[in-house]
Design a protein around this ligand. Structure first.
Ligand code: SF4
Length: 275
């Protein structure tokens, strides 16, 4: 058993105990001894002859390049994707989804965009951010100077939230659903090791950080997710609902902060750009 699977097993046990209102965790000595034998990612790196993975708490300025080979990342992501495809931890979502929506993009991406959950288009196509909001996100990414394939895009939830009685419409994921699915996202981030994460909207922030606050208080400033710099900005769907140039400009200013953090040159045309 590898470290991520062991972690997920422990989380499943703890979730079950929480559901059963168990007061104290307990495990047999055999289980504890078996868990102690599992090498951590750092030990695996050392065993492979790699330098240990980039420690967290480093900003983009001081980040060392990832030591994990791209082929290893592809392999590990495929393994998680396989587990996600068969996941039934949220029975109502597993029974109503067309397919799971894992994530897409460059496993070596410097920027990782995280949204809340797949909608109807994503559920149908199996790729995050492919509907109207996704097309706007793709335009934003291109205006930043990246092809869409160069960044990584994922959601907190890998299944479309069900909408009982209606095949249409979307609903936000519940805190419980996000908490259940979050370990998959954490594994993705751990493997990709982006230099910057961009959280799209308040629900994504809640899924990542567990905090709730109005977006006007959250956006446009740096936060941190396990030591990786985290920029919070509006979800593109909000910009589709609110066509005000000032709101669009705010998102673009947030993206310029991301470019500055990555020490990317920003042209005059980009500085004057409005979405
Ligand atoms: S939302 Fe996540 S945890 Fe829930 S069934 Fe889908 S993949 Fe599993």
């Amino acid at each position: 058993m590898q470290f991520p699977q062991a972690l997920e097993t422990v989380l499943q046990i703890l979730e079950r105990m929480r559901d059963e209102n168990a007061r104290r965790p307990c495990a047999s000595r055999t289980v504890v001894d078996a868990l102690k034998q599992i090498p951590s990612p750092r030990e695996i790196d050392t065993l492979k002859g790699h330098a240990p993975s980039r420690p967290k708490n480093l900003g983009a300025d001081s980040a060392a390049p990832s030591k994990m080979e791209k082929s290893d990342k592809i392999e590990q992501l495929a393994s998680i994707q396989h587990r996600v495809a068969g996941c039934t931890k949220c029975p109502n979502l597993a029974s109503t989804r067309t397919q799971t929506v894992f994530g897409v993009g460059n496993p070596d991406a410097e920027i990782m965009f995280v949204g809340e959950a797949p909608g109807a288009d994503e559920d149908a196509q199996g790729e995050p951010f492919v509907g109207r909001a996704g097309q706007l996100l793709t335009r934003i990414i291109k205006a930043m100077g990246f092809p869409r394939e160069e960044v990584y895009i994922a959601n907190v939830l890998k299944c479309r939230p069900d909408t009982p009685g209606s095949a249409y419409g979307n609903r936000p994921p519940t805190p419980r659903e996000m908490q259940t699915c979050r370990p998959y996202l954490m594994e993705q981030i751990d493997i990709i090791q982006p230099k910057v994460i961009v959280a799209l909207g308040a629900v994504a922030v809640e899924g990542l950080l567990g905090t709730r606050a109005p977006m006007r208080e959250l956006r446009g400033r740096w936060d941190s997710f396990n030591g990786t710099p985290l920029m919070i900005t509006y979800h593109p769907a909000y910009l589709l609902r609110n066509q005000s140039p000032s709101e669009k400009r705010k998102v673009w200013e947030d993206m310029m902060l991301v470019l500055e953090r990555l020490e990317k040159p920003i042209s005059e045309k980009q500085r004057n750009y409005f979405l």
